[in-house]
Design a protein around this ligand. Structure first.
Ligand SMILES: Cc1cc2nc3c(=O)[nH]c(=O)nc-3n(C[C@H](O)[C@H](O)[C@H](O)COP(=O)(O)OP(=O)(O)OC[C@H]3O[C@@H](n4cnc5c(N)ncnc54)[C@H](O)[C@@H]3O)c2cc1C
Ligand SMILES: C[S@@+](CC[C@H](N)C(=O)[O-])C[C@H]1O[C@@H](n2cnc3c(N)ncnc32)[C@H](O)[C@@H]1O
Length: 600
């Protein structure tokens, strides 16, 4: 028996993975694939159960090696309807690494293509939800790294089929608690089916108590029997695709366009000027998290959004990446301790955030630093235009300035300032940056910002300290100013001088080298909500949504929050856990704003 101390598994002499914690096997080495197909796929009536459906959702308790999901993907490719979409939600409290899964799945060459797809996009292992894109399979997989009961409470999808694959109830009672089975039923679509290898009386009775009709069926291999369960009713697809408008073509609008397109809906993006005309139009942007000490929901939101943004820019906008890795320098008295907490927390993948003493920070920075900081290995410097362009490609585009809305049947007529109709839509998402305040009535505050830009051969290492410096395609960018309640976007000489002073705080040598270099400037307006929380969700009236208040982190937040809003608008499962959805919900924001004043 071998395996590393921190791994959830050990390898049996015959090469089969075995759980260290539960002392049970993940699947049988002889016929694991056949058993997975018989117990879970056949047990849930697949492929017949998805016949005629455009969307089908599978939930799983116990992601493990991913064998069941690889077998499912393989069947979906062979027997799924052309153009139909598969959405998978799987739960795993003790995730393994991609290398461990590769070794475990190597025994099934029959499904090698599906296993390979899964392993090469293997989900992160930090606590939280992780989305895996499988575009070639018309599928997405959300893996919840947490206790089954928590994961089910956090997920707001409805599954058509469930693979109940904890370890045996005697070894792993937590996975089969009545509270878990109750949540499985609550997160099921009408007519949902559930399948499992165990016929334990408590599981049978537990499923029946939650409304499932349960039947024992002849088992597979060494297991004599297995269970099939079904809820009353019949699953159905959502109606026709809605007509979707997105107002604004900054990073928020582009991320929304990408999200709707990947769910099979082609939106119309309405932009007053040109893509990137607002805050999203700098020549470089830093994609990095906001470091709130502690493990609260705000820190979780930034951690998940950061992981998602990095994955999506790399996979779908690779041409936009200018640099990888960034240094966050200690800038306030409390930063040292705050950063210690972040570096040792489990919010980020192991090794992704490293605490650096001043000497090592200096090495990363490129000149001597008196302070230490955090090395964020996965942070990206991106060229915004090169991310926005591909994400808008799947959308129709209209140049117009939206000014008002009027009810039109079950949808909305979107109008310009002369009252002329721009179009009629079922869903309208406001992603107009600072203009969201006027368009939605939400109390967003403008925060003017100016960056300084130099064309030079110097390519600085990305670093932030309150100010920041980034490489661009043909030089560098630094700044930035923050002026609250100032919505003017003209470039000011005084602000260029402020930026030089800010640069000199962390990079005096670079600032001195640039003293004689002429600077370009670009000013734009951020939109900030109270407590600097973004806004993503429904506006209260059917069909109206917002993605805004992205503050100084739009490039980190927009990819995940765009997916969240698109999922809400189309009635499919969001990649955002419910607790995090709540803190960005505009309804909660309105309550906070009218309640305790405007905070932050
Ligand atoms: C100086 C500065 C530096 C920054 N650096 C970074 C960084 O490094 N990393 C980071 O993550 N974030 C950074 N930010 C923040 C980031 O730029 C924003 O969070 C982000 O751009 C907001 O995107 P958005 O799509 O919501 O808004 P915007 O980019 O402002 O896009 C809104 C779009 O809507 C359009 N529009 C407005 N009104 C209408 C209308 N009525 N009808 C139709 N279209 C309309 C506008 O023309 C615009 O194109 C920075 C911001 C500033 C100001
Ligand atoms: C039998 S294995 C799953 C095998 C997996 N379906 C496969 O295809 O490889 C059971 C899985 O459930 C996970 N697990 C056990 N208890 C859990 C709990 N309380 N919450 C979430 N996951 C749990 C284990 O870590 C293990 O990966």
């Amino acid at each position: 028996v071998t395996g590393s101390e921190t791994s959830p598994l050990v390898w049996d002499a015959d090469g089969a993975p075995r759980s260290r914690r539960f002392d049970d096997i993940y699947f049988s080495k002889q016929d694991g694939l056949a058993e997975s197909r018989a117990v879970f796929l056949h047990g849930c009536g697949l492929p017949q159960a998805w016949g005629g459906r455009r969307r089908f959702t599978v939930g799983e308790l116990g992601f493990g090696t991913g064998l069941n999901i690889a077998a499912l993907l393989d069947l979906w490719r062979r027997e799924g309807a052309a153009g139909a979409r598969l959405s998978i939600f799987s739960i795993e409290a003790y995730p393994m690494t991609a290398d461990e899964a590769r070794r475990a799945l190597a025994g099934w060459p029959e499904i090698a293509e599906a296993s390979h797809a899964l392993i090469s996009a293997w989900p992160g292992r930090a606590p939280g939800f992780h989305r895996v894109d499988l575009p070639a399979w018309n599928a997405t997989l959300d893996v919840a790294v947490m206790e089954a009961e928590d994961a089910l409470a956090q997920w707001r999808g409805r599954a058509d089929a469930w693979f109940l694959d904890g370890f045996s109830p005697s070894a792993n009672p937590q996975m089969w608690r009545q509270e878990v089975l109750a949540l499985v039923a609550a997160r099921s679509a009408p007519g949902a089916r559930a399948a499992t290898f165990t016929v334990a009386g408590a599981v049978r009775r537990g499923l029946e108590a939650e409304g499932f009709s349960v039947a024992k069926r002849p088992g597979h291999g060494r297991k004599r029997e297995r269970l099939e369960a079904v809820l009353p009713g019949e699953g159905a697809d959502p109606g026709q695709s809605p007509r979707v408008a997105i107002v604004g073509a900054g990073i928020a609008g582009a991320a929304l366009a990408r999200a709707f397109t990947s769910l099979g809906v082609r939106p119309v993006v309405i932009e007053a000027t040109a893509p990137g005309a607002g805050a999203s139009g700098n020549p470089a942007a830093l994609v990095s998290p906001r470091f709130d000490a502690g493990g609260g929901p705000v820190a979780q939101l930034y951690a998940q959004a950061f992981a998602r943004a990095v994955r999506l820019y790399r996979s779908e906008a690779a041409g936009a990446v200018i640099a990888t890795g960034a240094l966050q320098l200690d800038s306030g008295d409390r930063d040292g301790r705050r950063f210690d907490v972040v570096a040792s927390s489990d919010l980020y993948e192991t090794g992704a955030i490293e605490r650096l003493p001043p000497q090592q920070a200096s090495g990363r920075l490129g000149e001597s630093s008196a302070v230490g900081g955090l090395w964020i290995a996965d942070a990206l410097t991106i060229e915004p235009a090169a991310a926005i362009r591909p994400w808008l490609a799947g959308a129709d585009r209209l140049q117009a300035a939206a000014a008002s809305l009027a009810r039109m049947g079950t949808g909305w007529s979107l109008r310009d300032s002369t009252g002329g109709q721009i179009g009629e839509f079922d869903v309208v998402v406001f992603a107009a940056g600072a203009a969201n305040a006027r368009l939605t009535g939400l109390p967003l505050r403008p925060v003017r910002g100016q960056v300084s830009i130099a064309a030079t051969r110097e390519r600085p290492a990305p670093a932030a300290w309150g100010g920041y410096v980034l490489p661009t395609r043909d030089g560098l960018l630094f700044g930035a100013t923050h002026d609250r309640d100032d919505a003017d976007d003209t470039v000011r000489d005084a602000d260029a001088a402020r930026n030089r002073t800010l640069l000199a705080k962390a990079r005096p040598a670079l600032a001195a080298a640039l003293a004689a270099t002429a600077l370009d400037g670009r000013a734009a307006v951020r939109a900030a909500g109270p407590n600097h929380l973004p806004l993503a969700g429904a506006l209260g009236e059917a069909g109206l949504f917002v993605l805004g208040g992205l503050g100084g982190r739009g490039f980190t937040l927009a990819p995940l929050l765009g997916e969240h809003v698109a999922a809400l608008a189309l009635g499919v499962a969001s990649p955002l856990p419910a607790t995090l959805a709540r803190i960005v919900d505009p309804a909660a924001f309105r309550e906070r704003a009218t309640g305790a004043g405007s905070g932050g």
